[in-house]
Design a protein around this ligand. Structure first.
Ligand SMILES: *Cc1c(COP(=O)(O)O)cnc(C)c1O
Length: 395
């Protein structure tokens, strides 16, 4: 019998199972809400990026339905052929105004946006891409697809960034890339220091606001607004898949940056555009950010309440400054056990282990939203206390 050329699949998956890294996908059986049914169990959901609870907001739901009626279900083309619909440009105009930039360009996802920008701007050996070690996987992949060398600095280490910029002075162009809010620890990038260094060395700054859009700054405008760096960060990336509750990513910057990417960015050129319902949902989401600031306030109140609750119980919550709060458990197996036991008790908080986070820093990651009630948060804190004692994370 010929050997199966795909036999490595089972072997490598077995290897993951041995290392306790094999995961069965959890299935959400209801809407994405504060309390959801997951795998047949009703749980308080602390693992979505639904920061403002917009996944079920009536205005967004109606906008999606209305756009589907008006424009149909899909564009059936890439943007550069006939896949640019008026509603796509309407969203881009809206995003640019929201971010205070000349222009914006939407991509299929936040992931493709990062890949597109890194790859198209860093187009030669003489360029230099500089990246924080904890930046998102899509930035890492964008850097891999870029033609330039890349240099990684230790997390938020400004002295190391400065050294890299000094050594890289001869580069044709230099791009410093950072997450605005880091997705695993919930800490905030020192953007003012990065911008000062960039200005000194003539480098371009790109901030990925996937977890900062709809979270930080005035009306959720992101890191630049949070730090009052208007006009000093040439490339702002946002996602439409987290707080905005739909799907997609965007670049906000100058008109020239937009034109450049329209001509050079491969995901823009070779992958089709969003269904009109997606653009309509996002337009409605921006309107909600502008007209219902109480959602943002409620999210921050909830985040503070929950974070303080975890700290009071005695958990190690790392360096978090945002609604993302890790509960650090140590070994990967311990974090997974914590997550599994919480789930049995009615709380869903995803376990995250090596290699996504460093060995010994495995955790469950919690994200509190505007949609959680105090009763739901108290319930979750009770369960954390119970399971934390059981697993000897607490005394
Ligand atoms: C989630 C995330 C992305 C990817 O965004 P999608 O729209 O889900 O593709 C990019 N960067 C960071 C920092 C993220 O957390």
């Amino acid at each position: 019998m010929p050997t199966d050329p795909l036999s490595f699949l089972a072997e490598e998956l077995d290897d993951l199972k041995k290392k306790n890294l094999f995961r069965k996908l959890k299935v959400l059986e209801t809407e994405q809400k504060a309390t959801s049914t997951i795998d047949g169990r009703q749980v308080v959901n602390l693992s979505s990026n639904n920061y403002l609870g917009l996944t079920t907001h009536p205005r967004l739901r109606e906008a999606a339905i209305e756009a589907t009626r008006k424009y149909g279900v899909g564009s059936a083309a890439v943007r550069t052929i006939i896949g640019t619909m008026s509603i796509h440009e309407e969203l881009e105009t809206k995003l640019a105004r929201f971010k205070g930039t000349e222009a914006a360009l939407v991509f299929q996802s936040g992931f493709t946006t990062n890949v597109a920008v890194c790859q198209s701007l860093m187009s030669a050996e003489q360029d230099l891409l500089v990246s924080d070690e904890l930046n998102h996987a899509s930035i890492i992949d964008g850097a891999r697809l870029a033609k330039s060398p890349r240099k990684i600095y230790p997390h938020k280490d400004m002295a190391a960034l400065k050294r890299i910029l000094e050594e890289g002075k001869g580069a044709r162009r230099t791009l410093i890339v950072t997450d605005g809010v880091f997705s695993m620890d919930g800490d905030i990038a020192p953007l003012p220091d990065i911008v000062d260094l960039a200005e000194k060395f003539g480098a371009i700054v790109m901030v990925d606001d996937a977890h900062a859009s709809g979270v930080l700054g005035e009306n959720g405008r992101g890191s630049v607004s949070h730090w009052k760096l208007e006009g000093r960060v040439p490339i702002q990336i946002g996602t439409l898949s987290k707080a905005i509750a739909s799907i997609g990513g965007y670049v906000a910057g100058t008109r020239l940056l937009r034109e450049y990417l329209v001509h050079k960015a491969r995901p823009f050129l070779f992958s089709s555009s969003h269904p009109p319902s997606v653009s309509a949902t996002c337009i409605a989401a921006i309107d909600v950010l502008l007209t219902e600031p109480e959602l943002l306030r409620r999210m921050w109140d909830n985040a503070r309440y929950f974070k303080e609750g975890l700290a009071r119980l005695g958990f190690n919550t790392g360096a978090s400054e945002t609604p993302i709060t890790p509960v650090i458990a140590g070994e990967t197996s311990k974090a997974m056990r914590l997550s599994d036991r919480l789930f049995e008790e009615g709380v869903f908080a995803q376990g995250i282990g090596f290699p996504t986070v460093a060995e010994g820093r495995a955790r469950v990651r919690t994200i509190v939203t505007a949609a959680h009630t105090r009763a739901e948060l108290d319930f979750a804190l009770d369960k954390f206390a119970k399971v934390g004692r059981e697993l000897e994370l607490l005394r």
